[in-house]
Design a protein around this ligand. Structure first.
Ligand code: PLP
Length: 429
């Protein structure tokens, strides 16, 4: 994109690359820029292109629906909305589930916080340190990292707890069991200090923007015992972890299965394969707690719903969750082997096709954001798109291709990434 085009955009708009890329079209796991250059897409539109770019079934469903009617207002029903709601309610694992559609993950989390606060008559909430939940006023208010939270003002009173990231402080040397016990004690301690009730805990099962960091499996099951004792709802933000991306599970909360399903589940990103669909699932008793009528003007719009139905059908019929498990497993192993000799790589971690490569300054333990940017630039040159993220002391390359990635594409991307890392590390010396 040329500088003259950027001049009308806000200064705080996050754009990758010194010379931003203007994408014109895509197919499968590839996209093309305005100069005709082809890229293997290892970031899947920030985990949004779930199945494949320009998946014919989705494109056809969008065109067919758009040719009949584009929007009828959510004051009326439309068939694709009802069918998608029925399927998501069944898949969610939540009993007596109701689904409300929004147009983004932010709006889904905002709605979840509104429901929980209203249901529990409290605006106090628990959130995880290093979390990201979106950019509305209340979503920013539960975002536990200054880097992604442009204001400290909030309509919520938020208490941040440990559990999502082990970091490099006092928790670093603990085993999973010791870390879990320490986090449960921290949660109890925080709750012991609060006046009045707390409405909910909101948490990403695996932190996305925070650098693809996972708590130990089962941590949220242990948290749940404490939450239940205090009458606090559990909101699982599945915006990045839903739809089988982690390979082993359809939802991220299932890594904490002993907890049972969350009280409220939020989703977005992958389900629309790029169309703007977000949503909230909750038991009827919670979903129905609002006093007055409300709609989302564009939530549940027929064209997006038709896309979601076609995309979900393709995902399930082609077992793309199984593909994420198999190809993601190979990719992690390949990246671990390729980076074993690089002291700038602290860890290759992940589940399924949600893989993080944590970078440090050569020989050190400190974050290396310049190195992450240099790797992105070098990979771009060689035709590979990846993401970056991380908490206040981490720099992480984020790899999250469409779930239909082939073994050959995984090999090709890993080779480009290996070369980009080697080049960037050499340049940093
Ligand atoms: N929740 C999580 C875990 C996210 O990663 C994001 C976006 O990256 C959001 C919520 C916000 O979603 P959206 O950008 O669709 O508003």
């Amino acid at each position: 994109m040329h500088a003259r085009h950027q001049a009308v955009l806000p200064d705080w708009l996050a754009l990758y690359y010194q010379r931003p890329i203007e994408i014109t079209h895509g197919e499968g796991r590839h996209v093309w820029d305005a100069e005709g250059k082809r890229y293997l897409d290892f970031f899947g539109g920030i985990l949004t292109t779930m199945t494949a770019h320009a998946l014919p079934e989705v494109s056809r469903a969008v065109a067919e629906q758009a040719s009949r009617i584009i929007h009828s207002s959510t004051l009326y029903l439309n068939r694709p909305m009802v069918e998608l709601a029925e399927r998501i309610a069944r898949l969610s694992g939540i009993p007596d589930a109701r689904v409300f559609f929004t147009t983004s993950g932010t709006e889904a989390n905002d709605t979840a916080l509104l429901l929980a606060s209203t249901h529990r008559r409290s605006n106090q909430v628990l959130a995880m340190r290093n979390s990201y939940h979106g950019r509305s006023f209340s979503a920013v208010g539960v975002t536990g990292n200054r880097g992604w939270s442009p204001t400290s003002l909030s309509p919520l009173h938020t208490l941040y707890v440990h559990g999502a990231v082990r970091g490099r402080g006092p928790f670093a040397a603990l085993s999973d069991a010791e870390f879990t016990a320490a986090c449960v004690a921290d949660l109890e301690d925080v709750l012991g200090q609060v006046h009045g009730g707390v409405a909910a805990l909101i948490a990403e099962p695996i932190q996305g923007v925070g650098g693809f960091t996972s708590p130990p499996d089962g941590l949220y099951a242990r948290f749940r015992e404490v939450l239940d004792r205090h009458g606090i709802l559990w909101i699982s933000d599945e915006v990045q972890t839903g739809w089988g991306r982690t390979g082993e599970h359809f939802w991220g909360w299932q890594a904490h299965a002993a907890a049972g399903p969350p009280d409220i589940l939020t989703f977005a990103k992958g389900i629309g394969n790029g169309m703007s669909i977000g949503g909230v699932v909750a038991r009827a008793e919670i979903m129905n707690c609002l006093d007055a009528n409300s709609i989302s003007t564009f939530g549940g719009s027929p064209v997006t719903m038709a896309a979601g139905l076609a995309n979900l059908t393709h995902l399930l019929e082609n077992d793309l969750q199984g593909n994420a498990r198999r190809v993601g497993g190979l990719l992690i192993e390949r990246l671990r082997a390729a980076t074993a000799g690089l002291d700038a790589v602290r860890e290759v971690r992940g589940r399924g096709l949600m893989i993080g490569v944590e970078l440090v300054r050569p020989g050190g333990e400190r974050a290396a954001p310049e190195l992450a940017s240099a790797v992105l630039e070098a990979a771009r040159e060689d035709g590979l798109l990846i993401g970056k993220g991380g908490g206040h002391d981490t720099s992480v390359l984020r790899i999250a291709p469409p779930l239909s990635l082939t073994v050959a594409e995984a090999e090709e991307g890993a080779a480009i990434l290996e070369a980009a890392l080697t080049k960037a590390v050499a340049g940093a010396r």
